[in-house]
Design a protein around this ligand. Structure first.
Ligand SMILES: C[S@@+](CC[C@H](N)C(=O)[O-])C[C@H]1O[C@@H](n2cnc3c(N)ncnc32)[C@H](O)[C@@H]1O
Length: 269
């Protein structure tokens, strides 16, 4: 029997898809080569999952689920959990998941010790944990705790792959810090002089969408004053050493453009 989709459902899906596409365009304005970074992560995860009969993927701080969707495009027999703290981004991800049952949504705060006990996360080991442009929002002590929790969530031979903006030190890497800063500014100038949403413009578009009014109200409650608090930066070395001390057998980088990296840790087989 062919399942029909109601007009209301189709409208909801189209609205969510439009905001998700605008999110991707907006994020790409802040992160040059974001698509290449995602493609790299998806290819590595596809290779790790090649022999898994039912691959499980966890997208940490996954927002609207952009990275999870791209990974699932490369791992068609997989299922992905998009875990995030933001009720508005997750509401969009949830609307998208109505059209793709392989996606599910977990509202968690990664700074909370209990995040890994969420039923969708505790429901068996993952082949791969991925993340993009997100873990630098955690305080270093919370990042350490998240990395320490991961080996128990990933099957032997599985992987964590994290693409993130890890700033150069203005002190002992000042030349490249300057080049990266100028490159970021040039990218933003190129992108936002057209009709691409800025960060604030994108959130205005969400606020103008009645369907997400409740989620936006919850967003204010969940984040409170901490929404714009930027924690201290940590280096690539900090990430890799922390993964190693958390128990990952192999660690390193698979991609780099200036201070944007994709780094990984493999659990021993
Ligand atoms: C720049 S967005 C990136 C979203 C998505 N990974 C992407 O690349 O499109 C940063 C994400 O980190 C999430 N985040 C920040 N702190 C978090 C925390 N403590 N727990 C869970 N998610 C968090 C935000 O809600 C947001 O979705």
């Amino acid at each position: 029997m062919t399942e029909s989709i109601s007009t209301d459902d189709a409208t909801t899906l189209a609205t969510a898809r439009s905001l998700a596409s605008r999110w991707d365009a907006q994020q790409t304005g802040y992160i040059r080569h974001r698509a290449e970074r995602f493609d790299t992560i998806a290819r590595v995860v596809a290779a790790i999952c090649a022999d898994s009969p039912a691959p499980r993927i966890l997208d940490l701080a996954g927002g609207t689920g952009s990275l999870a969707e791209q990974v699932l495009a490369a791992v068609p027999n997989g299922r992905a959990v998009v875990a995030d703290k933001d009720p508005a981004l997750l509401a969009i991800a949830a609307d998208l998941s109505a059209a793709d049952p392989r996606l599910s949504i977990a509202e968690v705060d990664l700074a909370d010790a209990g995040w890994a006990a969420h039923p969708l996360i505790a429901d068996g080991r993952f082949d791969a944990v991925v993340s993009s442009t997100a873990l630098h929002w955690l305080r270093p002590a919370d990042l350490v705790d998240v990395y320490r929790a991961l080996p128990a969530l990933i099957r032997p031979g599985g992987i964590v792959v994290n693409g993130d903006h890890l700033s150069y030190s203005g002190h002992h890497e000042s030349t490249l810090a300057g080049i990266a800063r100028t490159d970021d500014e040039a990218m933003q100038q190129e992108t936002f002089s057209g009709d691409t949403d800025t960060w604030d413009g994108w959130w205005d578009a969400v606020a103008a969408t009645p369907r997400y009014a409740d989620a936006l109200r919850r967003r204010d409650e969940v984040w409170g004053a901490s929404l714009h608090e930027a924690p201290p930066k940590v280096t690539l070395g900090f990430h890799l050493e922390t993964l190693r001390s958390a128990g990952f057998a192999e660690t390193g980088t698979v991609w780099q453009y200036l201070d944007d990296y994709v780094l990984y840790g493999v659990v021993a087989s």
